[in-house]
Each structure stands twice: as C-alpha cells, then as structure tokens.
Design a protein around this ligand. Structure first.
Ligand SMILES: [Zn+2]
Length: 487
C-alpha cells in the first residue's frame, strides 16, 4: 500500500504545477496527504525524538559568554539538520553576537514562500538545585521531555524541521520554505535587526510562521493572535560609600535595600494599577466584544492556583486572569539583591542595592517611551540619603496578527484537520520582540502556531515539552503549508 501511495504522491509532485492534475488531485488529496505524511512520520518518529534530544544536550545559553563555543556548535548542528531534512542551501551567518542559521528550499518562485522563524538559544538554567535532572541532560518521564529548551524553542522550531523533512521526503511540498533560526532571542535579539535589514532579499516571503508560543491545552487548541511588548530596566541604589556595621550606623543612615523596597512597592497602588505617570496613556482598551470572546476560553481558577501552589491570585482590579496576562500591561520585579546573602548572619548596612524590573506592553504602547518613563520615574522618586541610577536593558514592541488573513486561516484549517476542532484565538502574554521589526522590514504578517503549554516551565527549572505535542506539531505543520498554498 505504501508504495502505491508513494508512487501517487511522486506523480503529483512531478505534475503539481499543472492545474488539471492539481484539481483532480485535490479530490483525493486529503486521504493521500494524511496517510503519506502519517506513514512517513510513524516510521521516523523515534529518530525525530532522538535528534531533538541531541540538540537539547548542547548548552546554548546565549546570555553567558562561556557558552560561546556551544552556541557555535548548536548553530552548526541546526544547519546540518536542515540540510539533512532537504534544504538546498543552509548557512551559518556570523553576527556581532551569536550566529543566525538560514536555510531554504525554493521549488517554484510562483508558489508562496513561508519563512519559519525560531531560536536555538536558551535561557540560563539557574537555579540548578531546583532541577530534578540535568538541564542539558534530557530525561523522558511520563511522556514529557525535561530539558532547558525542550519547549522554548528547540522542541518547537524542530517540529518545523521535521515537518519540512516530511514534505520534502514524500515529495509533497507545495510552498517554498525558508528558515531563519537565530541565537539571541533570549537576550533580546540585539543583532537580528541588522541581519534582517541587510538580508531583505534572502528573507523575502509571504508569511512568517513562528512556533514559540503555547496552546490553551491539547483539548482546547488555540492560536495566539498577539504577543506583548517588553521594556526592561535595572536600578542601582547607592547609600553610604561602604558597607557599614548595622549596630553602629543602623538607624542613622538610609539603608539602600529599604529605600529600594519602598520605591518598588510604590509602583502599584491598592488596586494593583501601575503608578508610573503616563504608563497607561497609549494602551488600546479591548472592546467589550473582544473581552466577551476571551471569556469563552476555558479557565479553571482552582486548577490554575493548584498548579502554581498559590492560595490566591493577584492582579489589576477590574480584569480577569486571562485579561491580566493578555490584554493588560504589567510590571514585574525579576530580581533584587544587595547586602549579605551568604550562609548564616552578617549584620551589615549595605552600601548598594539593585533590582531588575520589566514591564509587558500591549498595543499601542511603545517600548522606547515606556523605558524612558520608567528610568525617569525611578530617578525622580529616589528618597533623600541615597542616589539612584537606572539603566536600560533590551525591549520590544507588542504585536497583533489579523484573524482574517490567508495565513491565519491556513493555520486554523491545519489545526482543524489534526485536532478535529476549531482553534480559539487568544492573546499571548509573552514577548517576541522581533515580530514588529519583521513586519516593518519584510512587509508580511506573522502567524503564531505554538504547540507548547503554559505549564511547560519556560524559563524555569524543569522545563518540559510533551512528546505528544512535539509529534502533534510535526503532524499539523504540513497542513499549514498545504492550505497556505491553496493546494
Ligand atoms: Zn522562545
């Protein structure tokens, strides 16, 4: 049976540019496509997984300079895997930071071109002692792959590589496919903008497809229609010119940690609104219709709390949990330090205290404007007795994708084919800073087809990715290409 299918599909591949064959094929294609892809994937599924595990063993931590060689090794492996999958060209492009891997297979310039974006770098694994197994020593337990990067984003971009392989090896490619897999997403993509602007022709495409987000659940498939923007600052508070004896000087000199804590606490009012002047000025309020639509997404507050181990939720008054993490901007402390944090006690009144603070932004907030407001605010509220220095880290703009585009509809159709139900459009809480820039420079829309789950512990210890989701992504993505090509 398989050989018959293979022959039929090979025949189709040869004649796909012929309208007559394409139309007649259309009548029976669903069965063939599904069966041929299914057969191919079933025969290679163990290898697909093994290859992902090998990729996960490379500690490609972009934030740490000691991993520079690992980053290079990882980029080379991604390049080789793309060639093995069927790319005609694959290149590691050096940048001022970590390299970008580019690959393509152009079958016909008159067919639509899909650009897949992903990232091979990962977040630092700390704190290490909270991992149940080594972050770069992937372990499979209860059908889940535990490793840093398993979901964000190696496991997810690798679904595209294997979907691409499926299409090439079964001779059923109906789109041109390009890959842009970068190595600096987790540090704010500082060099990707330059890469995009200097390689516009190379990256020319009709849609950008990204799997770096999550679904509500496998029972309730969803598509992200937006991601939030980001503004990130660091605050340094300086008091006395040296660490002091807290008995001799305590009570007489402002303690930088206390002052910093007061400043931070003042950033939210009693309703948990953010108090930075002008912070909400440009926020586009969601319509009652959009909020009503969001309210339809399944949500179990007790399960949500139980999963996180919290007894109560917290957030901006007047908004639901889904709204707080989707359509509203937020301000979070990411780290705070100063004074003595070692073993035992040391009675010290420290000279300095620090905090890392980030905000998530929604349309039409601007990362640059918010960063300026944050910096000015922290310097302006410095209490007497300390000096405050605020500086900027990376940022990114919010992004929205229209649900009436051909690309969105292709993603929705693909999900309907493999999940057997309609995807719910949702607003994602995370950020993919490069989205706004991609659209500006390449003039095309982005579609998010995430197959992760919010509970995948992204950026946390014990990051995981369900093997089921990994295979489901590989199964679904070829349908996107088929529908996007109108085949
Ligand atoms: Zn990511």
């Amino acid at each position: 049976m398989f050989y018959l299918q293979k022959m039929a599909v090979g025949f189709y591949g040869k004649w796909r540019q012929n309208a007559y064959f394409r139309n007649s094929y259309f009548l029976i294609n669903k069965y063939f496509y599904m069966q041929v892809w299914k057969d191919y994937q079933a025969r290679h599924k163990d290898r697909f997984l093994d290859e992902l595990l090998e990729l996960l063993r490379i500690p490609s931590v972009s934030a740490r300079s000691e991993h520079k060689d690992d980053m290079l090794r990882c980029a080379e492996m991604v390049k080789q895997r793309l060639l093995d999958a069927g790319a005609a060209i694959a290149t590691v492009y050096p940048t001022a930071g970590h390299p970008v891997v580019y690959a393509e297979k152009m079958i016909d310039p008159t067919l639509p071109t899909v650009l897949v974006y992903g990232h091979y770098d990962v977040q630092p694994p700390d704190p290490l002692d909270l991992w149940h197994s080594g972050p770069f020593d992937p372990v499979i337990k209860d059908g889940k792959i535990y490793a840093r990067g398993s979901c964000d984003d190696k496991g997810q971009f690798y679904m595209h590589v294997k979907a691409f392989e499926t299409l090439v090896q079964t001779n059923t490619l109906t789109t041109n496919i390009k890959f842009c897999i970068e190595g600096e997403e987790e540090v704010g993509s500082p060099n990707l903008a330059k890469f995009i602007t200097t390689h516009k022709d190379l990256l020319r495409s009709d849609v950008i497809l990204i799997s770096d987000t999550a679904m509500l659940s496998m029972e309730n498939p969803s598509i992200d229609v937006g991601v939030r923007g980001l503004s990130y600052i660091e605050v340094e508070v300086t008091g006395p010119n040296r660490d002091l004896h807290s008995g001799v000087y305590g009570g007489a000199v402002a303690n930088p940690i206390t002052m910093l804590a007061k400043m931070i606490a003042s950033c939210h009012d009693d309703n948990n609104h953010i108090t930075i002047p002008g912070f909400y000025d440009d926020v586009v309020e969601s319509s009652p219709e959009e909020r009503a639509m969001m309210a339809k997404a399944p949500y179990d507050e007790e399960a949500y709390k139980a999963d996180l181990g919290v007894t109560a939720l917290w957030g901006e008054k007047g908004y639901t949990t889904n709204e707080r993490t989707g359509i509203r901007p937020t301000l979070e402390l990411n780290g705070i330090w100063g004074g003595y944090t070692g073993e035992g006690a040391k009675t010290v009144l420290p000279s300095k205290a620090y905090a890392k603070i980030s905000t998530r932004l929604v349309p039409n907030q601007s990362s640059k404007v918010i960063t300026e407001k944050l910096l000015a605010h922290f310097e302006s509220i410095a209490p007497a007795g300390v000096t405050v220095k605020a500086s900027e880290h990376h940022g990114g703009e919010p992004y929205m994708t229209p649900v009436d585009s051909k690309a969105y509809r292709a993603a929705a159709s693909a999900i309907r084919e493999t999940f057997g139900k309609d995807a719910i459009p949702v607003r994602g809480g995370g950020s993919i800073p490069i989205c706004a820039l991609f659209e500006k420079e390449l003039g095309v829309k982005i579609v998010f087809m995430g197959f992760g789950l919010d509970s995948d512990n992204l950026h946390s210890p014990n990051e995981k990715f369900d093997i089921f989701n990994f295979y489901k992504g590989i199964e679904t993505i070829p349908f996107f290409h088929k529908h996007f090509a109108g085949a």
